[in-house]
Design a binder for this molecule. Sequence first.
Ligand SMILES: Cc1cc2nc3c(=O)[nH]c(=O)nc-3n(C[C@H](O)[C@H](O)[C@H](O)COP(=O)(O)OP(=O)(O)OC[C@H]3O[C@@H](n4cnc5c(N)ncnc54)[C@H](O)[C@@H]3O)c2cc1C
Length: 476
Amino acid sequence: MRTMWDEEFEVVIIGSGFAGLAAAIEARKYCDKVVVFEKMPVPGGNSSICGGIFSAAGTPLQAENGIEDSPALMLADMLASGQRFNYPELARMVAERSTETLLWTIEELDVKYQPSLSWVGGHSVPRSYNTWNASGSGIVKPMLAKCRELNIPVRLKSCLANFVDDGNNAIEGVEIREEYIFPKSESGTPKRIRATRAVVLASGGFSQDKEFRAIQNPRLTEDIESTNHQGATAESLISAIRAGATPVQLSNIQLGPWASRDEEGFGVGSLFSMLAGFPYGIIIDVSTGNRFVNEQSDRKLLVDSMLNLGTESIAIVDQKGVAYATTLDQCLKRGVVRKFDSIEELAASNHVPLMPLVNTIKSYNSSIEKGEDRFGKWIHKGLEPIQYPPYYSIRLLPKIHHCMGGIRINTLAQVIGIDTRRPIGRFYAAGEITGGIHGASRLGGNAVPECILFGRIAGANAAREPLRSGHPLSQE
Ligand SMILES: Cc1cc2nc3c(=O)[nH]c(=O)nc-3n(C[C@H](O)[C@H](O)[C@H](O)COP(=O)(O)OP(=O)(O)OC[C@H]3O[C@@H](n4cnc5c(N)ncnc54)[C@H](O)[C@@H]3O)c2cc1C
């Protein structure tokens, strides 16, 4: 008889980003044997390279700064940006539990955040915390430390190849390839791992899977860059679908409007645009010198407007606005952002017609004085005219950033079966592998709370499944 199982754990988790590590930490509260499998040679996935922006409603920093906010307002922003493709019951959970999730990272993991809030596009108020180092690694590293403290192994170079079901509409384990070398699908040694309670899939999105993303959305051609880590590919999503999971909204793939033309990936320029250039500056069409969009719109509207232009665009901000840029020094050092003493120099260097640009800035400044902008940018107290040199510019290039689609889960993070429309037994999922929470377009800083919240829910529920009995480890 062939060997059935090589190893056994109570909860088996696939993926070592925010969702997988949160699931592991939470699962360990309810059971002893938890493991995380990660296909790459380093842990953390997109979570460790992300910008570390964490949006939440009703936070202590908002109270300190007199900012009125509520989960209802955050939900309304999510549904507006998501064009109501969002599953409302899941989106509502993110909004309602965002602050609780933020506080969990502080109290349970000792994550440190910067003392001021950012105002990210599409949010009605400033509600975004930033990790101390402007990176998701500021959360992932404490999560990994917690896993070590709790004796949760995080096994690298271990790729999920297949789910194994028990023949009774429940997942009993996984087949992984140990000593796997990304991206060689046949590398490593196959091993069967049994989960005596449940499996949690937390393997992230597929923004780097050029073939798969083009199947879902043919406009996303191979030449379009992505901000994601190399391992953001679709094979685990395909395995989940093979195991009966319901795929949803896979063509909802977001491009980031703030990325730089002068560096690869997310780099350091994206945060410059997101935190300073867009909220406190303007975006212009290089060929005309004109503004064409509300810079604080959600990502989809910005990208659609930029692509419709068909020309290059840049963001411009002055000395006052640049104070909000957490990555300015690195941007200047790498030549991603350039500094000019005058608008004349900025225009000449970026090949923008001078007089139209001067008029654009005049008209923007007078909108700030009047308190009304023709593109609908909200003119608030903190917004100042662009008039204080030096001036800064960044050349923009939309890059593929986030998969809003994925597999369908319910509020308990159970994976919904495509045949039965009911939960598949002992099968949970969380994070970017799941779909429909953000709808057509995710708001900045909303993935971190979502991944951690649903990771924790998945981990806790997986660990509370009744223990399976029988099946000795291996049968010869
Ligand atoms: C550059 C960048 C900046 C971002 N900035 C922000 C931000 O500031 N705020 C915000 O809210 N969101 C941000 N996001 C989005 C957010 O970071 C991601 O949505 C989130 O990190 C996803 O977490 P996750 O745990 O679902 O997946 P990931 O963190 O990607 O982790 C999934 C892991 O699973 C592994 N895996 C995949 N397939 C397999 C397999 N077959 N077997 C084993 N392991 C597998 C992957 O290698 C990966 O390590 C950013 C994203 C990027 C790319």
